[in-house]
Design a protein around this ligand. Structure first.
Ligand code: NCD
Length: 526
């Protein structure tokens, strides 16, 4: 595989967290350097890739003006091969999978960077997995993927240009920021990317201004709090301005009508009123307030009405131009042209320790003489303590799941019992024909019935005993799937994505692709 000469080369930008905070700051500093050099009319060649065998593919499965055109101009700046993929007349219309399409395009250049906007969330993460494996097999450098917005999920490169703009406004002071996020916080991916992007500031105060139908989803708000942000919420601009602590930076987002369900859509005019800036509010703004917006704004019902365009608070126009500079640097980093002088902390990919099997001491050497149903096993496995403490119906459900998912079509007996000493129920499956489970089966069992014990019985004695804990990552199991219909891994899209969830600190199971948290029970298809 191609060596990552500068620590950035060949990487992907699928979410903001694909760059560590230090790497994000480095991106902003490089952008500042580039922007200043260009303003002075200096020769920008030290920033330019100039490799005609590097292909930058623009694949926009949703409409775009600024993101697409700034990427096209940034790629042109680099004097590389720029390809604008025509989605409308491509084989997507013949039901080709996106990984098959990209596999083919990837063959046309020595190195490739794909800039992809899609309605389906997690598309770039999936392609990074799928094409990374393919590239390794054929001995080519893995392509990079840049997420140019995926459904309601993230828009990392918009985030980078937004943060760059805030830093410019604050004259590069990263000590603190006080920002109001106003508008459609429910569906706006640029807002969701702020959860991680604002971490470049040491102290972060976020005011969420949105009626409840457009409120920031709870898991994003939760992560903001986890990141140490102070978060306050207000139902409208009017309510926000009726208190004293008003932010000097306002970040507006458009009502994402195309992503709303019928119910919210019906109320759109009313909701819009709550987040549209009115003339009467002007005098209530703190001195020096600046308005930002990822754009576009609605020409009939703009959240930032046009009477504000000529005022000093208009920061959105220059903000959008910053997309050009930040994207030049992003392409330069992923192509290995920039980044050699980076000295900070690199991104550490999350680790998922496989510590779900714990060997426990065998306290009794003889298996229980179960009174009802289950006969002592001479040689085999007894899965004990299934769903211990749950109600009886839940334990039966666990037993059914284990038998179905692990395909335990063997001679066996199973049931729900409680010991003579207490009324706490548990499930037991005894498998006289099975002498061991492989790693995958153990993991499955741990995921379906965390807390259960596995007794390996030899000559009617418990030879070894293991307790299984909930794994930190659940994958490779047929009966699980992401329940977000907008996720690339959602089975109904037939993209053949391997399902994968990891356990978050608060015990949720987060889809690797769209990052939607699920309750444990939700991930199962049974
Ligand atoms: C945003 C997007 O597409 O997410 N626009 C952009 O990239 N500049 C915001 C939006 O569409 O409202």
């Amino acid at each position: 595989m191609h060596e990552q000469a500068n620590g950035f080369e060949g990487r992907s930008l699928t979410v903001v967290n694909d760059l560590s905070v230090d790497e994000q700051i480095y991106l902003y500093e490089k952008t500042r350097e580039l922007k200043e050099a260009m303003a002075k009319g200096e020769d920008p060649r030290r920033f330019t890739i100039g490799d005609p065998d590097l292909g930058v593919y623009l694949i926009f499965l949703e409409d775009s003006t600024r993101t697409k055109e700034s990427f096209r101009n940034a790629a042109t700046f680099h004097r590389v091969k720029v390809n604008d993929f025509n989605v409308g007349s491509s084989s997507f219309n013949k039901m080709e999978s996106i990984s098959d399409t990209i596999k083919m395009l990837f063959g046309y250049s020595g190195r490739s960077i794909f800039v992809i906007r899609s309605r389906l969330e997690g598309t770039c993460r999936w392609l990074e997995d799928a094409l990374g494996g393919y590239a390794a097999r054929i001995g080519k450098p893995a392509p990079s993927f840049i997420n140019a917005g995926d459904g309601k999920h993230e828009h990392p490169t918009q985030e980078f240009l937004d943060e760059f703009s805030f830093l410019e406004q604050q004259r590069w002071n990263r000590e603190s920021i006080h920002i109001a996020l106003v508008g459609d916080l429910a569906h706006g991916r640029t807002v969701h990317s702020k959860v991680d992007g604002l971490r470049v500031f040491a102290e972060v105060h976020v005011d969420l201004v949105a009626p409840k139908e457009l409120a920031l989803p709870a898991h994003y708000e939760h992560r903001m709090v986890q990141n140490g942000f102070r978060v306050r919420s207000f139902p409208s601009i009017e309510a926000y301005l009726s208190q004293k602590e008003v932010a000097p930076i306002w970040y507006f987002t458009r009502l994402q009508l195309e992503r709303m369900g019928e119910e919210v859509l019906e109320k759109a005019p009313l909701l819009r009123r709550a987040v549209t800036f009115g003339r009467e509010f002007l005098s209530l703004l703190p001195e020096g307030t600046r308005f930002y917006h990822p754009l576009p704004r609605h020409r009939e019902f703009p959240e930032i009405p046009s009477f504000l365009d000529g005022l000093p608070l208009n920061a959105w126009d220059l903000q959008s131009i910053n997309g050009y500079y930040t994207r030049i640097v992003e392409i330069g980093l992923l192509a290995g042209k920039l980044g050699a002088d980076f000295r900070g902390e690199r991104r550490v990919p999350p680790a998922y320790p496989d510590d779900f099997v714990e060997e426990v001491a065998v306290t009794e050497t003889k298996p229980h003489d179960y009174k009802v149903g289950i006969k002592p096993v001479e040689n085999g496995i007894v899965i004990d303590h299934i769903g211990r403490g749950d109600d009886i119906a839940a334990i039966w459900d666990h037993i059914d799941k284990i038998r179905q998912i692990m395909k335990l079509n063997y001679r066996s007996s199973h049931g729900v019992y409680h010991s003579s000493s207490n009324e706490i129920y548990k499930g037991i499956i005894s498998l006289p024909d099975i002498l061991s489970f492989d790693e995958t089966h153990l993991k499955m069992l741990a995921a379906i019935a965390p807390g259960c014990t596995l007794n390996m019985v030899k000559n009617s004695r418990v030879a070894k005993k293991y307790r299984l804990h909930m794994p930190t990552r659940i994958y490779n199991i047929e009966a699980i799937s992401c329940k977000n219909e907008n996720c690339i891994s959602y089975p109904g899209h037939f993209e053949q994505v391997r399902q994968e969830f990891y356990r978050s600190e608060n015990g949720k199971f987060v889809c690797r692709f769209c990052e939607r948290p699920h309750n444990f029970g939700e991930i199962w298809d049974l």
